[in-house]
Design a protein around this ligand. Structure first.
Ligand code: FES
Ligand SMILES: [Fe+2]
Length: 455
């Protein structure tokens, strides 16, 4: 399998071919809404429809977005449908076993071309008027084609492809920016933290079963930011779940509640936090017994095994998050400012025996599946934030992100800048990067008239 790292210098000429009204491209200066030095966030960034539209244009249309796992594609024609922001995409393996991705919208009248969640096919045939596209996105047949003008050329009506695709250790990412910074550079030091989940074994990882999907009332950033930065909520929000998990049925002991650990703070919005106390480890028994810890220490290094491989949390900016301890990888798909569709996969090491994979699957479902005892706690918090945030006065009162201001440093153990486990540092960095993108024209605005902040 290969993933073509195609970076044509020009964007697809079909995008924005017709001039668009300025009202559709009005941009708000968000610099006053995100005060990362003072540690305050204005709540309108979660509720405002205009800001949401700007996010689609300037964050989601230019960031590396998680699409799927390589193990979902075994033979030519295997496909999976997902979203990049609110743009629907088909991810498929073509005849040369190259992974490709296309906008899942027919070039004729725009209907969703492929309505299945996943499957295998030779062609994508539109159910509206019957235009058919091959696995390379080329328009192959048009019913009643002779009725079109003489200069009608099927080549001009291929599917809109995602110009930049790349994989990192089994994870497939796409970017609408034809000249996007390479994925590995964009991940930077985050790769070290991801490796603690993705690179435990030379055979790599695979996903088990299908994709679990559920909806939450809430803005996508509430979830993404929490997974980047927030260990703080664990002992309070998950107190009852921790008691269930505890062999004694009691709440977390002091050494767990005040657990030592670190938080990775990437300059471009990624974040990861993890305890380093061995008693903070909440993995599934059979998985724990399966691992050869001396070999893992050899492979990943002591610090990775004692930290990011444990009960941590992480977000790859903007909306891909994971939990290394139970192999939960998930995307927070934005569905308007007030709604998230969560898509979650179960990730296991390919080389695990079936019974160990199954133990991981059950552990994943019981903790962070759609009705997992921890998952329900988190969704409840985000929904509660969102439900009241449209009130005028409520919306005018900023949120606090001041924990650990100035604490970021290179600690000599973990790569990049890290902060304390209990810190908002990665959250501040998440919003700083977000604001930077929101205030900067994207690839599709070059040479076009669009209103800039302050105009
Ligand atoms: S919309 Fe697809 S063929 Fe008409
Ligand atoms: Fe949580």
């Amino acid at each position: 399998m290969s993933t073509e790292d195609s970076c044509p210098s020009k964007a697809n000429p079909a995008i924005g071919r017709l001039p668009r009204p300025a009202s559709m491209n009005t941009n708000v200066d968000v610099s006053t809404l995100v005060d990362t030095d003072g540690g305050m966030i204005d709540r309108s960034i979660y509720t405002d429809r205009g800001i949401y539209g700007q996010e689609m244009r300037r964050v989601f249309a230019r960031s590396w977005l998680f699409l799927a796992h390589e193990s979902q594609f075994k033979k030519p024609g295997d496909f999976f449908t997902t979203f990049m922001g609110e743009d629907p995409v088909i991810v498929t393996m073509d005849k040369t076993k190259t992974i490709r991705a296309y906008l899942n919208s027919c070039r004729h009248r725009g209907v969703r071309l492929c309505r299945a969640d996943a499957g295998a096919t030779k062609m994508f045939t539109c159910t509206y008027h019957g235009w058919s596209f091959d696995l390379a996105g080329a328009l192959q047949s048009v019913p009643n084609e002779q009725a079109y003008p003489e200069d009608f050329d099927r080549k001009d009506w291929s599917l809109i492809d995602v110009p930049s695709l790349a994989t990192y250790k089994g994870l497939i990412f796409g970017n609408w920016d034809p000249n996007a910074e390479p994925l590995e550079e964009s991940l930077g030091d985050m790769r070290y933290y991801m490796d603690a989940m993705l690179d435990r074994d030379p055979e790599g990882t695979e996903v088990m079963g299908g994709v679990m999907k559920w909806e939450l009332e809430g803005n996508w950033k509430l979830a993404a930011e929490q997974f980047a930065t927030d260990w703080y909520h664990v002992n309070m929000s998950h107190a009852s779940a921790l008691m269930v998990m505890s062999p004694t049925g009691r709440g977390p002991k002091a050494e767990i509640a005040a657990t030592p650990g670190r938080q990775f703070v990437a300059p471009n919005g990624h974040g990861a936090g993890f305890p380093t106390h061995p008693k903070s480890r909440f993995d599934a028994g059979p998985v724990h017994e399966y691992y050869d810890y001396p070999a893992l220490r050899e492979r990943l290094g002591d610090a990775a095994v004692e930290g990011p491989m444990t009960t941590g949390h992480a977000t790859v900016f903007p909306n891909f998050s994971y939990l290394p301890v139970n192999g939960s990888i998930r995307v927070w798909h934005p569905k308007g400012p007030d709604k998230i569709e969560v898509w979650a996969w179960i990730l296991v090491d390919k080389s695990m025996p079936d019974e160990v994979k199954d133990a991981q699957r059950l552990y994943n479902l019981r903790t962070f599946g759609p009705s997992g005892i921890f998952e329900a706690d988190d969704g409840e918090n985000w929904s509660e934030v969102q439900a009241i945030s449209h009130g005028f006065v409520t919306n005018s009162v900023p949120l606090n992100f001041q924990m650990g201001i100035g604490s970021e440093r290179n600690d000599g153990v973990y790569p990049g800048q890290t902060s304390e486990l209990y810190s908002d540092a990665a959250g501040r960095s998440f919003y700083k990067h977000w604001a930077g993108l929101m205030n900067t024209p994207a690839w599709h605005e070059q040479g076009k008239q669009s209103q800039q902040p302050g105009q």
